[in-house]
Design a binder for this molecule. Structure first.
Ligand SMILES: NC(=O)c1ccc[n+]([C@@H]2O[C@H](COP(=O)([O-])OP(=O)(O)OC[C@H]3O[C@@H](n4cnc5c(N)ncnc54)[C@H](OP(=O)(O)O)[C@@H]3O)[C@@H](O)[C@H]2O)c1
Length: 333
């Protein structure tokens, strides 16, 4: 039997509007495949006209979270606003109000992971975040499966498409950093303010989420030893290429001597390593477990369509599985 699922969408920008477009285009197919008919009841933005421009009716536009939390027909809150606040507070309030939560927001999640999981557990609601790392690459689903049997003791990869794009064009076209950054911005791969990407914050947020899942406790992003790509020189890049490898911004979390060590830094990767061959804005993440060995996931780690794919799949899983998919995370006392 078909079940209707009421959704509130927080943010109707690049990602939020892609969620709306995908639901509109795939409504019938999604219902047929999953048995759930998705209905977007609210769109939240700072500017209500943006909600209407994104394709929702005027009555569905809100600048306040309150009507969403009070609406009993909303089962799932899908967050694609970004930033730490007010997003983190909205997510906690949504869980407390009995809504399942799905988010693409690595910053809010990595900084408030333990509190959010705790709130979801206390209210027996789903908290799903596949889209927050690697966009459409099924990283969380893979980790969830692997962690049932394995101890994951290393995570290593390229998790930021913007910096990988810049390093690739610097290497392949001999472009200086500033020019490569401008090219990335022109193509929409880099934000007008690129700090979060080029200084490694974005990668640190993502690594914090992955490492927290592997460690079974919240490892905050400020614990990550972090260095961005702004100091990488054209000489280093060309030298790496001449040696058959590449300079890459590598995010790595490793358990040794009983402690987790997390870093994001530009390093030389030899040509014999798969990660040296990950070009442009693609991502690749290695997960190493004691039983499974090393598994590599590779694909587009950003972009509206892949991110919307993960958000919508999580929305369906939220209704199907509720709190059953919550991560095992040791919570603060
Ligand atoms: N872009 C990607 O490829 C990608 C991939 C994976 C994950 N993500 C994540 O997805 C999230 C959204 O990214 P995006 O690129 O879609 O951002 P965006 O285009 O800037 O859109 C943000 C949306 O959120 C709304 N918003 C922001 N702050 C708000 C506030 N304080 N109150 C109410 N509404 C607010 C904005 O409202 P207005 O329209 O009124 O300004 C806008 O509709 C971020 O967490 C990002 O890290 C993005």
């Amino acid at each position: 039997m078909m079940q209707t699922v009421g959704i509130a969408l927080l943010g109707v920008g690049t990602i939020g509007s892609a969620v709306l477009r995908t639901i509109a285009a795939e409504r019938e197919a999604l219902a047929q495949r999953t048995g759930f008919a998705l209905e977007v009841r609210w769109g939240l933005a700072r500017h209500p006209e943006r909600v209407v421009q994104a394709g929702l009716p005027e009555w569905a536009a809100t600048t306040s979270i309150d009507p969403i939390l009070e609406d009993p027909t909303v089962a799932v809150v899908v967050e694609a606003m970004g930033g730490e606040e007010p997003a983190a507070t909205y997510l906690k309030r949504a869980l407390t109000a009995g809504k399942h939560v799905v988010t693409a927001n690595k910053e809010a999640l990595s900084k408030h992971f333990a509190e959010l999981v705790d709130t979801a557990r206390r209210h027996q609601r789903a908290l799903l975040f596949e889209a927050s790392v690697g966009a459409g690459i099924p990283l969380m689903a893979s980790l969830r499966q692997l962690l049932m049997v394995n101890r994951i003791y290393r995570i290593r990869g390229i998790v930021n498409g913007t910096t990988n794009y810049i390093l690739t064009v610097m290497a392949e076209e001999g472009m200086p950093y500033q020019e490569a950054l401008r090219e990335a911005q022109r193509l929409g791969y880099a934000e007008p303010d690129p700090t979060a990407d080029v200084e490694g914050y974005d990668a640190a947020y993502k690594l914090s989420i992955l490492a927290s899942l592997a460690a079974g406790r919240h490892i905050r992003p400020d614990y990550v030893e972090r260095r961005g790509i702004t100091t990488v020189t054209p000489d280093q890049i060309l030298d790496a290429r001449a040696r058959g490898g590449a300079m890459k911004l590598i995010a790595q979390a490793e358990l040794f001597d009983g402690s987790w060590h997390l870093s994001v830094q530009p390093v030389f990767v030899p040509g014999s390593d798969l990660l040296a061959h990950v070009r442009l804005n693609l991502n690749a993440i290695e997960l190493t477990g004691d039983r499974v060995g090393t598994v590599v996931l590779y694909g587009p780690g950003a972009g509206p369509a892949p991110t919307a794919s993960a958000l919508i799949a999580d929305t369906i899983d939220a209704v199907r599985f509720g709190a059953a998919l919550l991560p095992t995370l040791e919570l603060p006392a």
